[in-house]
Design a protein around this ligand. Structure first.
Ligand code: HEM
Length: 504
């Protein structure tokens, strides 16, 4: 091969070789496209003059991090946290999804922003990123002002109706059948808990919020398979790095699949009208001010926001119990003392006050591996000042919760799983209370916070009574918990195999 090339070049004069290089249409096309792409990246990555006064993470390490598929938590620890831990900055500019955004890494500054949604409303996405098309525009997550107030009131009322502890208990028992099938007499089984946690969380949100039984624990739901496929397509790294490509080279097939899935949500909604149930969607359907499109868009949001987040929290907790048998044993001791060995949990026995140690473990898991590492961007409606920083009009801002949860000056030992820090806190000896913001804070914090915490406590007490568990020796998580790549700020452990042994 090498010889062939050498002889070709030996036979052809230099001018003719250059002529071919320049005039060959394929070469020309590649040269121009590469030049255009380089120029575009350069233009996009140049810090706009009105933001140059702010500290910023250099672009090249960021680009390398994105292109190499580095996961969000590792990138935050490596490139963003040093600005808080070593340089004492409260915010830093970060290039992501084709533009520069301010990442807030100080709680006081974040509170200032979150408590003032008029000055810092949610940013309405201008780029063509397909995720926004999927989520829709007429829902609690993407609206501002009075429109948001309407969605928020209806959804918060729906979550306040009751806590579906019976559903959580029923689904936990379904999960046992998958961990150790009744036909199998062995007491020890190794399962992918990250996958099971996602299935459990889907069924929890499906049955009690959306009023649809995906039966994800037992079956490979086509609906869920389609959703996972679409999320993978949306996350194409080229389109993520340069979202304008969605407009230049629209991905019609992906859009069609996405729109078809949104139609399926619409069908679920229509089915709910004719066959109402004891779920939150049935309650929301009674709201006269909600249009069909608003109900559907909220359904999509509740589906997306309601399962991966909970699954991530559960997987993280089960992992830390697996590697800290003494913490697992203490949580089990508390569970057995409060609930006894067999009685089904209730809203009272599962309250945070009833199970303080378990609750501290859950909070610590949500801190150390925060499922939503940062919030949906806000934008300055006019020139603003956050602490010592001047933030011009029209600047995108993100609250980087994961970074705050790992600040040395706040937590002391942020990388250590130490639930007792939250017990010390409730005794008034610590001011960490405000720094734990897994569900964000202010008026737009998670409306499902209570629902999600009950869900975590319900499954965990059921597991603690039924099994003891460890991390297999060949686990990919032996040197620390590994999260899946997620372009949407989700921190979710993957391939988390856990060995469960049935208790006598
Ligand atoms: C451990 C589980 C969960 C965590 C850590 C979590 C965290 C969060 C966070 C940080 C936000 C603020 C996002 C922002 O401002 O951009 C949020 C908002 C939201 N969450 Fe959750 N969440 C969890 C579970 C759930 C569940 C189970 C549901 C529904 C079934 C849900 C529905 C929502 C909705 C609708 C919003 C938007 C609120 C608004 O914009 O007013 N979340 N969540």
């Amino acid at each position: 091969m090498l010889e062939d090339i050498k002889s070709m070049f030996a036979q052809e004069p230099l001018t003719s070789r250059l002529y071919h290089l320049v005039m060959d249409p394929a070469t020309l096309w590649w040269t121009f496209s590469s030049l255009a792409a380089t120029l575009m990246i350069f233009r996009l990555s140049t810090v706009p003059s009105h933001l140059r006064h702010l500290p910023r993470v250099p672009i090249f390490p960021l680009l390398i991090s994105y292109l190499s598929g580095e996961v969000e938590d590792v990138r935050i620890k490596r490139l963003i946290l040093p600005y808080a831990n070593e340089r004492g900055e409260g915010l830093v500019l970060v290039w992501a999804l084709g533009r520069w955004m301010v990442h807030i890494i100080d709680h006081k500054l974040a509170v200032e922003m979150l408590e003032n949604p008029l000055l810092y409303p949610k940013e309405l996405p201008s780029d063509g990123l397909l995720l926004w098309r999927f989520i829709g525009a007429s829902n609690i997550l993407m609206t501002n002002g009075d429109r948001w107030k309407k969605h928020s009131r209806v959804i918060r009322d729906a979550f306040n109706l009751s806590i579906p502890v019976d559903q959580f208990t029923h689904l936990s028992k379904n999960l046992f059948d998958v961990i150790n099938p009744p036909s199998d007499k062995n007491d020890t089984h190794t399962v992918d808990f990250a996958d099971l946690a996602q299935r459990f969380a889907l069924d929890a949100v499906g049955s009690s919020v959306l009023g649809h039984d995906f039966d994800a624990i037992h079956t490979e739901s086509l609906f869920v398979k389609e959703y996972n496929g679409i999320m993978r397509d949306i996350a194409n790294p080229f389109y993520l790095l340069m979202p304008f490509l969605e407009k230049v080279f629209p991905r019609r097939k992906v859009i069609k699949r996405m729109d078809d899935l949104v139609d399926k949500f619409q069908m679920l909604l229509q089915a709910k009208r004719t066959d109402p149930g004891d779920d939150m969607m049935t309650f929301m359907l009674k709201e006269p001010t909600m249009s069909e499109d608003e109900l559907r868009d909220n359904m999509v949001v509740l589906f997306i926001a309601g399962h991966d987040t909970s699954a991530g929290g559960l997987s993280t907790l089960i992992y830390f119990f697996a590697i800290h048998p003494e913490i697992q044993a203490a949580a089990r001791e508390e569970t057995l003392r409060i609930l006894g060995p067999t009685s089904d949990p209730s809203v009272d026995t599962l309250s945070a006050g009833s199970l303080p140690y378990l609750n501290a473990c859950i909070r610590e898991a949500l801190r150390i591996n925060t499922p939503i590492s940062y919030i949906v961007p806000r934008i300055t409606a006019e020139d603003a000042t956050l602490g010592k920083y001047y933030i011009p009009f029209n600047t995108s801002l993100i609250y980087n919760i994961y970074a705050l949860h790992h600040r040395n000056d706040v937590w002391g030992d942020p990388n250590v799983f130490r639930p007792s820090r939250f017990l010390e806190m409730t005794q008034g000896s610590s001011s960490l209370k405000d720094a734990w913001v897994a569900f964000a804070s202010g008026p737009r914090q998670c409306p499902a916070r209570n629902f999600a915490l009950y869900e975590q406590r319900a499954l965990t007490v059921m597991l603690l009574r039924e099994y003891e568990w460890t991390l297999p020796a060949d686990s990919i998580h032996q040197d620390g918990l590994k999260n899946a790549f997620s372009p949407f700020a989700l921190t979710l452990p993957h391939d988390l195999h856990i060995t469960f042994t049935k208790r006598k």
